[in-house]
Design a protein around this ligand. Structure first.
Ligand code: SF4
Ligand code: SF4
Length: 344
């Protein structure tokens, strides 16, 4: 992707509360249990879409039509007094798939990449093929989830073999959705206010810098995200994500340098792991990137504490796989068999 498509500091389009309903497209009922609610106000403070307001010491859904079903409110409620229910409505029908089927040559190439990655590294799960369908491009024939998911949840589902396409009305994370170019960023995220509430950064200035330094795509430039197991691809991929142990990431990193000896400048932070670090940085830089995961994906998906991620641009995959094959002949099995004396 051209560097021009990436937004930089000061270029973000911020979504005002009045626009949320236009983007949401699936309505939700926000229900409060008044017997449990203590009136603490945390749900209103944390809702990124400004759906909830306090009135007479009680929370009210003043703009339920703008709710994205992100469950941030229910996750923050100390007494579990909130229930979010998706309610289907007109406009929620699956989008028409009209992209041409993938050609067999590309499909077998991806399968061979997946085979080498799994055999040489001993990966437990599928590598994941990632595509961002651009606005105006036809949609591939890939199933959509019935309910909204976070992008990181879709990526983790793909590593277990489930292909998913998600237009904006299937995305549950306002942060990831704006980063990936499906919608503008909500004002509460752009200002850094929410990161401070979560105690994830020291000051509004630090939060704003973190937001400004991450790449994001222009709002509405992407129509849908597609995440598939690499060995069962549905459309041409742009990035391949590998989820594995630090040792597997080490060999992948070395495979990328096998013919050149180049070291890597990884860009990782612990914020926005799957959308920024695993997807957008490889996509926009054309280089591999590593991610330690983020607190969001670790809380909302089944990625365990021992795992990390790497995003590899598809343009590098032939070389990475070639280097990995070479390392798999001697270096990897020999190193894995070596027993060193304990340090003394
Ligand atoms: S689910 Fe998300 S958008 Fe909806 S009310 Fe709760 S925090 Fe707000
Ligand atoms: S966070 Fe829970 S307890 Fe606090 S106001 Fe909202 S519903 Fe009530």
């Amino acid at each position: 992707m051209s560097e021009k498509l990436v937004l930089h500091e000061g270029e973000m389009e911020v979504m005002e509360a009045s626009q949320f309903a236009d983007v949401s497209a699936v309505s939700h009922a926000v229900r409060f249990d008044n017997d449990l609610c203590t009136g603490c106000g945390l749900c209103a403070a944390f809702c990124p879409m400004e759906v909830i307001a306090m009135a007479d010491g009680r929370p009210q859904a003043v703009a339920a039509e703008a709710c994205w079903g992100c469950e941030t409110c229910s996750g923050q409620c100390p007494v579990h007094a909130i229930r979010i229910e998706a309610t289907a409505q007109e406009g929620d029908a699956p989008a028409e798939a009209s992209a041409s089927p993938m050609d067999e040559h590309t499909r077998s190439r991806y399968r061979e990449w997946a085979r080498v990655l799994r055999d040489v590294l001993g990966l437990r799960w599928h590598p994941v093929a990632i595509t961002l369908v651009r606005a105006g491009d036809p949609l591939p024939d890939v199933p959509m989830p019935e309910e909204r998911l976070r992008y990181c949840q879709a990526l983790m589902a793909a590593r277990r073999g489930r292909a998913l396409m998600m237009p904006v009305n299937r995305h549950a994370c306002p942060d990831g959705t704006s980063i990936l170019g499906l919608a503008p960023i909500p004002a509460k995220l752009a200002s850094g206010e929410l990161y401070i509430l979560f105690h994830k950064l020291d000051s509004v200035e630090a939060a704003q810098r973190m937001v400004a330094e991450r790449p994001s795509l222009p709002p509405r430039s992407v129509r849908a995200t597609v995440t598939c197991p690499l060995d069962e691809p549905r459309c041409e991929a742009e990035v391949v994500a590998v989820i594995g142990t630090p040792e597997q990431m080490m060999w992948l990193s070395m495979a990328t340098s096998y013919y050149t000896g180049h070291r890597h400048d990884f860009h990782a932070s612990g914020y926005n792991a799957q959308c920024v670090e695993t997807t957008l940085i490889p996509l926009t830089s054309g280089e591999i990137n590593i991610s330690f995961g983020c607190y969001g994906c670790r809380a909302s998906s089944d990625v365990d504490d021992t795992l990390m991620m790497m995003g590899i641009p598809v343009s590098l995959m032939d070389d990475v796989v070639k280097g990995l094959r070479e390392l798999g002949k001697r270096a990897i099995p020999q190193s894995r068999d070596k027993v060193y004396l304990p340090p003394f």
